[in-house]
Design a protein around this ligand. Structure first.
Ligand SMILES: Cc1cc2nc3c(=O)[nH]c(=O)nc-3n(C[C@H](O)[C@H](O)[C@H](O)COP(=O)(O)OP(=O)(O)OC[C@H]3O[C@@H](n4cnc5c(N)ncnc54)[C@H](O)[C@@H]3O)c2cc1C
Length: 248
């Protein structure tokens, strides 16, 4: 989809919770059926979701979302806000309301070269959406997805994600508690792994999503490897507090 043609947001859309599944100790996959008409969105976008008696919070659409059924991965920050509500009190059949879709971290329709996708924690939702959309458009794309989390148990639905990638896509998993002997999950952050694996990102396109401190650390690293400013699209998962502090 062309950037200029992103679907317009809708406001006050109603939906109903139809699925709640723990995919890691502190992460819930939340599925919401959209009241007709279905929601047009571009992979990588998010909605502002209002849960019962909660303030609105932004959540990104996963790669398994459709215009009729939206899915989000919500990490419980255990501070009593919307994310804790999802983990502890939200129930199947609850009614929700949302505005959206929003966001411009969507697939660059022009780029034809290699692609680096970087996800931190629940940033995998929109990042795997981007990767899956690229796989649909360019099945042979040279795409490398680096995904990291604090703990290995927070890396979930690995078979699903691998199946969503282009034919020769690479999935690199990292965790702070990764075991070097396992050969599957590398210890450290995805940025450590990228630093070790790449000499140059000249001619690449990159996407990144997840907690602000990680996304903000990704930008200077990728640019130092030759990624141009216009070839980087990112969504930092700012909290409401972060947004209030921001001058913009
Ligand atoms: C564009 C965008 C997309 C997003 N997509 C997702 C998504 O797909 N999945 C997802 O889980 N979240 C996502 N977020 C973050 C989400 O909107 C909320 O900020 C998050 O769920 C916390 O909301 P809360 O109401 O539980 O906590 P709040 O009531 O907003 O905050 C309470 C306290 O929780 C703690 N806290 C909150 N967030 C964090 C954090 N990131 N790191 C450390 N401590 C924190 C802080 O102490 C904070 O003071 C996204 C944010 C943005 C801006």
């Amino acid at each position: 989809m062309e950037d200029g043609a992103l679907p317009p947001p809708r406001f006050g859309v109603h939906g109903q919770v139809v699925g709640l599944e723990k995919v890691a100790d502190n992460i819930t996959a939340m599925q919401i059926a959209v009241e007709a008409p279905p929601l047009a969105f571009a992979p990588g976008q998010y909605v502002a979701l209002t849960l019962p008696d909660q303030k609105p919070r932004d959540y990104s659409l996963s790669w398994r979302s459709t215009p009729f059924l939206l899915e989000f991965f919500v990490r419980d920050h255990k501070a009593g806000g919307a994310s804790s509500f999802v983990a502890r009190r939200l129930r199947v059949d609850d009614e929700v309301c949302f505005d959206g879709p929003f966001g411009t971290m969507t697939v660059d329709p022009i780029h034809q070269g290699p692609i680096l996708c970087v996800a931190f924690s629940t940033g995998i939702g929109p990042i795997a959406s981007i990767a899956a959309a690229i796989a649909d458009q360019q099945p042979e794309a040279d795409l490398h997805l680096y995904w990291g989390a604090a703990e290995a148990q927070e890396l979930f639905l690995l078979d699903d994600i691998a199946a969503a990638l282009p034919l020769n896509g690479q999935l690199v998993l990292c965790a702070e508690d990764g075991d070097p002997a396992s050969g599957i999950i590398r210890p450290g952050s995805p940025l450590d792994a990228i630093k070790a694996d790449f000499d140059t990102l000249d001619g690449w396109q990159a996407y990144a999503a997840g907690p602000p401190r990680m996304v903000e650390a990704a930008a200077p690293l990728l640019h130092s490897l030759g990624l141009t400013a216009d070839a980087f699209r990112a969504d930092a998962f700012f909290t409401e507090q972060d947004k209030q502090k921001s001058p913009s």
